[in-house]
Design a protein around this ligand. Sequence first.
Ligand code: AMP
Ligand code: MN
Ligand code: MN
Length: 325
Amino acid sequence: MNSSINKIINAINNAKNILIIPHINPDGDCIGSAIAMKLFIEKEYNKYVTLFIQSKVPEVYKFLPKAEDFKIENDICNQIFDLVIAVDCAAYDRLTNAITFFDKAEETIVFDHHKTNKGYGKYNYILPELSSTGEVLYYFAKNSKWQIDKEIAEALYTAILTDTGGFKFENTKTKTFKAVAELLRYDINPSEIYKQCYESKPLEMLKLRALAINKSKILYNGKVIYTIITLDDMRNAKALNEHTDGIVELLRQVDTVDLAFLIKETEDGYSKVSFRSENVDVTQIASKFNGGGHTKAAGCTIKKNYTIALNKILEEIEYVYEFSK
Ligand code: AMP
Ligand code: MN
Ligand code: MN
């Protein structure tokens, strides 16, 4: 159940020390939403807001205003935050090492758009029908009469742009374009933002994509495709963690494919899995492994090595695709 806007505004109004938390492996939506939220609160309520990051802001989003302001746990471990706001974070455990700040806070607010989000905050504002947390914040701000400026518009536009895959996923609706049309009034440069997000890749990232495609395997008459990226692959390609972004979307482009997934070996030897599908609700598969997300895009971490993880996933999808073997 969502909390009323009034209750959320009261919590913000009464807070002295505010922390904003994006999810682990941050994407454009959570980074853009976190920045927009900070700027909104600082402007509207005249108080300083701290931004949390688990390790570092992905290079691709460093062009955003305030991208340099994110703090890691060590920078702020002596501080107590009376209000913690989670953005775009589908589940409590995705707060990872920010959980201690969340648990210690008197008030917590969750802004999100994942349908699997159970509402783990004291106050929750979760709208699964919207494309992105950026869009959720846009409409929340509009209802609250918060003023947008150029920096906020840039952050929200980037959040919406990236979570809709450049306005091409099915989560792109009339409301999405209405929000974006309004954001464009603040003198932002969509072509430049597009270039920053999609056409400024290091060569290592493209080489990793090539490797991922070369290693991919097809099953069930082409209906299923998957690839595995190991730590060795990452080291050999000199790639950063964030450079696997977009690989599963590439696999999904294959004409015969209905389900695409990427298994990525994590530093602790576990398996981070990304699922994308056209016809199958992938939250059903991800939730078998305590993950979640959206109908067509979901993820999970399986605490097993990639060989075992692969077998477990194949067991889960077997009954869905069996008929087309
Ligand atoms: P990814 O493949 O990691 O980009 O994730 C696809 C979607 O599922 C994103 O919206 C994620 O926020 C969400 N997601 C990924 N992993 C998890 C998880 N462990 N729990 C809940 N949601 C997740
Ligand atoms: Mn996200
Ligand atoms: Mn999102």
